[in-house]
Design a protein. Sequence first.
Length: 364
Amino acid sequence: MNPMKYPILSLLVIASSLSSCKPQKKEELKEKEAIYSGNPVFPGWYADPEGIIFDDEFWIYPTFSDDYGAIDNSTDLTKQQLELQKNTINPQYLKQTFLDAFSSKDLVNWEKHSRVLDIKDVSWAAYSIWAPSIIKANDKYYLFFGANDIQSNEEMGGIGVAIADSPEGPFVDALGKPLINSFHNGAQPIDQFVFKDDDGKHYMYYGGWRHCNIVQLGDDLLDLVPFEDGETYKEVTPDKYVEGPFVFKRNDKYYFMWSEGSWGGPDYSVAYAIGDSPFGPFERIGKVLQQDPKIATGAGHHSVINIPDTDEYYIVYHRRPLGTTNGNHRETCIDEMTFDENGFINPVKMTNEGVKKKVLKENF
């Protein structure tokens, strides 16, 4: 086109080109430049992750689920532990004899801390080291864990507690025996979660086999204190509960979350209920996390991280990649968790992107 012949048309073309190149809004640029954690957040087959913040740093303590790359069988077992391993109902559980931890200052870059807990430091534990729950108290770090997947009160195992001076361990068995070593109210002693209420009291929710109990921990977190009515184990099982309890408090309401469905199947999912006290009763609301045929299956056994002094929440959970049917091939992921205007949890959208980079404290 000859611009001298069609001057008006040429000006319109130039104006249109300039308008298409107008600067983007700051919000749009920030979104494009944002760095995300990605899902899974770190490599390996890890399940039942507990996410928590210690000293402006994010930590995740998961269950080791299966070998991923090099196999490490370095732990030496005692005669007692070898004898206890004969009780296992699943040979896969014999691999699950330790716990790793992961830390990050920004939710994007994660450092692995290998074997923060190992059965060599827990004389009564032999396999199925599951579902860690950690809390800081008395200037120490208390790591609660399940061991030996007991099927009856005649077997050795249950819920133990180990202590360390730092979140990376090493954690050492504090009691020389389980804290809870038998069934109460039908609850298998696994899947423990420790919750500190606003009054400073520490409670532990736990239980498999579709039953959940609450117990009160003593000041040293190493014993159980009976409630005012003399009971030690109170059942608080909500509707359709299976396992993996987690509790947090928001706006004076207690949110009780758990996993339901089969842990090894695609329908594993997370549901929740709400109550007015740590003892309930808890009214079931519904599911908030479940499989997405475009992303992953078997999404469950989670924890929740709340950024201090904000209403920002993350859900940390495991899920199974598409294309695998191996129940132990589970990956640790993080996604946002939000609430509606009535305080109900919005359905969680699983993503491959994960969450945006988040630094709690800048280093100057």
